[in-house]
Design a protein around this ligand. Structure first.
Ligand SMILES: Cc1cc2nc3c(=O)[nH]c(=O)nc-3n(C[C@H](O)[C@H](O)[C@H](O)COP(=O)(O)OP(=O)(O)OC[C@H]3O[C@@H](n4cnc5c(N)ncnc54)[C@H](O)[C@@H]3O)c2cc1C
Length: 292
């Protein structure tokens, strides 16, 4: 089976946009190819005329700290992310989320840009980025623009940007401040690959007395799109973390998520049982880190 007619390897973002917009037939951006090539081989995606490989674009392969923002290039592989000292210091949830993706072979080539752009509701990299209030940079023929990451998702595998003319070039989020911490955890079938039964990330900011000043929680699959638990976050903000607060937060979380039974992974009821377990785990860990 021919997956593509022509394979292009741009060296700059401008060249990649140019390849996209001047293409005569169908195109697809490819980064690590761990989702896309399987999707084409297994019939979930049509073969394309031009495959545009962005893994060699230098600007998309860097991590930096500038003006209190961490910038993370979309072509960073999960292996590079796990090993990056800046992310270990400022974004433990992302290091944990990306560190659990696939096995070493997958993490060697698969990228954070591919994880996000695939737009699955439970992408481990995506869920971990969401609690950092991450913004995403999209390049188009009109230039590059930042927008909240949560806004680019339109449904399972669907995005709000035009795949034929746009590409994701990077992400940015605030560096870790005093009294802040984050964590990611997931539950997976022992023999499972690729999609968690349930994953969850939390970010907390503690006030001077050690109470929860601000909280962010995300989890998946909890609906058709990657999900931020805004009602749970609103309840938790301002509280003192305790067993009774966990209980009440878990009730609110159970009401705002939309969990389903999936034939290959778990029942809806089992996923509901996991909510308080994962919430306790990610909140305990994020709070502990915020105290360091
Ligand atoms: C064995 C195996 C295990 C896996 N385990 C996990 C897991 O545990 N958790 C998990 O979340 N995922 C898992 N995955 C899925 C996959 O590896 C990840 O989602 C990975 O991060 C995808 O990145 P990629 O660079 O390979 O994407 P690609 O396959 O290159 O691309 C994926 C999609 O995004 C688009 N795309 C890629 N880059 C860009 C860009 N810069 N701009 C716009 N569009 C772009 C492509 O056109 C395609 O539609 C697994 C996959 C395999 C094969």
């Amino acid at each position: 089976m021919q997956l593509y007619q022509e394979y292009l390897k741009p060296q700059t973002i401008a060249e990649a946009v140019d390849f996209l917009t001047s293409a005569k037939g169908s195109t697809a951006i490819v980064s690590g190819g761990t989702d896309l090539l399987l999707d084409i081989k297994q019939g979930r995606h049509d073969p394309v005329d031009q495959m545009i490989d962005v893994s060699g674009i230098k600007e998309m392969g860097q991590i930096s700290l500038e003006d209190d923002f961490i910038y993370l290039g979309a072509a960073m592989t999960h292996k590079q992310i796990i090993k990056a000292p800046l992310l270990q210091e400022h974004a433990r949830c992302v290091v944990e989320g990306c560190g659990l993706i696939g096995g070493p072979q997958v993490r060697n080539v698969a990228t954070i840009g591919g994880n996000v752009s695939h737009a699955l509701p439970a992408g481990d990299g995506t869920i971990s980025l969401l609690v950092l209030d991450t913004e995403v940079e999209i390049a188009s023929p009109e230039g590059a623009a930042w927008q909240p990451l949560i806004e680019i998702f339109a449904g399972p595998g669907k995005v709000n940007f035009d795949r034929a003319n746009n590409l994701v070039t990077g992400f940015r989020f605030k560096s870790k401040g005093e009294g802040e911490g984050s964590a990611f955890h997931r539950v997976m079938r022992p023999q499972g690959v690729a999609i968690a039964i349930l994953n969850m990330a939390a970010w907390v900011k503690l006030d001077e007395s050690g109470n929860l000043d601000k909280v962010r929680v995300s989890c998946g699959p909890a609906g058709p799109k990657p999900f931020r638990a805004v009602k749970t976050e609103a309840y938790l903000s301002g509280k003192t973390w305790s067993d009774s607060v966990l209980q009440e937060a878990s009730k609110i979380l159970a009401e705002e998520v939309s969990l389903r039974t999936s034939k290959h992974r778990a029942t809806k009821e089992y996923r509901h049982q996991l909510l308080p377990v994962l919430l306790r785990k990610v909140m305990d860990t994020a709070i502990e880190r915020a105290r360091l």
